[in-house]
Design a protein around this ligand. Structure first.
Ligand code: MG
Length: 384
């Protein structure tokens, strides 16, 4: 017996909460395609994203620590895989559509430029008079306009639900997609992917910063949430403060957040009892959230990460260097569009030169940007 799409759809109808998205009820794709015998529409989307080039390039893009600095720091790819795992856990525990949450999580960062947040800030500044640059919008552009996978149209032709989920930051704007409003709240599965991103990086950035020696455990003692994670690690039998206790504490830092999100959201969904995905979207506030208590503990952690990690001189110096390089590369392509790739050049007419250059650079991995920079000899006249 083969358990194919029909059976998966029946299992969704039986097993998911009433407010969960159902793949059989998708609003569909911009370019209609026949259904697949074995996989649901959301499973197909997850696979399309996973097999796409922008997804593979995440491997060589900086998350926080410049890509290639050390082999065990997170890259955009490992960050994304961790987010997808957390999103699946939350979705499964709540009765949401796990495949949809996973697809949105896997796609959520494909629009990131090389060199992390400094790279994004640099592109945004360069594009100030041309509509700016935002990695969320860029994820949509990459998957819907830039990637060429199918004859006849651009993009991966993802379902409405995944595309709407990737526009979570615009949900409240009144924007519509294929004629349907995408908000004011995102669907539960998009809310899950969103919060999974936050809780995941809170934990792994602490881990990487400890590993890199930017902070030590004594610095973290000022944070209530770390003290709780540490106490749990001790209760789980970890002895003296050492690497293993530290790793256990980091895992607890993640667990504490995920458990809180699941319990708080389950309670809220039980109180509100939305009868459909549409009711979730028209609700006055999100269903998936953490408790006030956790929020009060996360705020100082967030501030700590900004102060002590993201703007640490070691991180900032590497980033500044990268940003200078991106600016020069950008100017180079403006002057010499003929040195861009063929597919990029073909977009100049429809997208304009500035946006094409921006898309081209945004799609690059850190190392490809560096190679291009050296190939054009831009590292020669560095005085300016
Ligand atoms: Mg992310």
């Amino acid at each position: 017996m083969i358990i194919g799409r029909i059976e998966h759809e029946a299992a969704e109808a039986r097993g998911l909460a009433p407010w969960a998205a159902r793949s059989a009820a998708t609003r569909g794709r911009a370019h209609p395609q026949p259904a697949h015998d074995l996989r649901t529409e959301f499973q197909r989307d997850r696979d399309r994203i996973l097999h796409s080039r922008p997804f593979r390039r995440l491997e060589y893009k900086t998350q926080v620590f410049v890509n290639g600095t050390a082999d065990h720091y997170r890259t955009r790819l490992t960050h994304t895989i961790e987010v997808a795992a957390v999103a699946r856990t939350i979705a499964r525990c709540l009765g949401a559509n796990e495949d949809l949450a996973e697809a949105i999580a896997l796609a959520h960062d494909v629009g990131h430029s090389p060199f992390g947040h400094s790279g994004e800030a640099a592109l945004d500044e360069l594009m100030r008079d041309w509509g700016g640059f935002d990695h969320n919008d860029q994820s949509c552009r990459a998957l819907e306009r830039i990637e060429l996978q199918y004859p006849g149209f651009a993009g991966l032709n993802l379902t409405w639900e995944v595309r709407a989920g990737l526009r979570k930051h615009r949900a409240a704007s009144g924007e519509r997609l294929d004629g349907h409003p995408i908000g004011p709240q995102p669907m539960v599965e998009a809310q899950i992917a969103d919060i999974a991103d936050d809780v995941t990086y809170h934990a792994h950035d602490v881990d990487d910063a400890l590993e890199a020696g930017l902070i030590d455990e004594a610095d973290l003692e000022e944070l209530e949430i770390w003290r709780r994670a540490e106490a749990r690690a001790r209760a789980q039998g970890a002895g003296e403060p050492d690497d293993r206790r530290r790793r256990l504490a980091v895992r607890n830092l993640l667990d504490i957040q995920v458990e809180d999100v699941i319990r708080t959201s389950a309670r809220r969904l039980a109180e509100e009892q939305p009868g459909s995905a549409a009711e979730v979207m028209s609700a006055p506030r999100r269903m998936v959230e953490c408790s006030d208590e956790l929020r009060a503990m996360i705020a100082p952690l967030h501030a700590f990460l900004f102060q002590r990690v993201y703007f640490h001189p070691m991180v900032a110096r590497a980033n500044e260097e990268s940003v200078r390089m991106m600016r020069r590369l950008f100017m180079h392509y403006l002057e010499r569009p003929d040195t861009m790739g063929r597919k990029a050049r073909a977009r100049i007419e429809s997208e304009g030169l500035w946006r094409t250059v921006c898309d081209y650079i945004a799609g690059m991995t850190d190392r490809y940007a560096l190679e291009e920079y050296q190939r054009f000899g831009l590292d020669a006249g560095r005085a300016g």
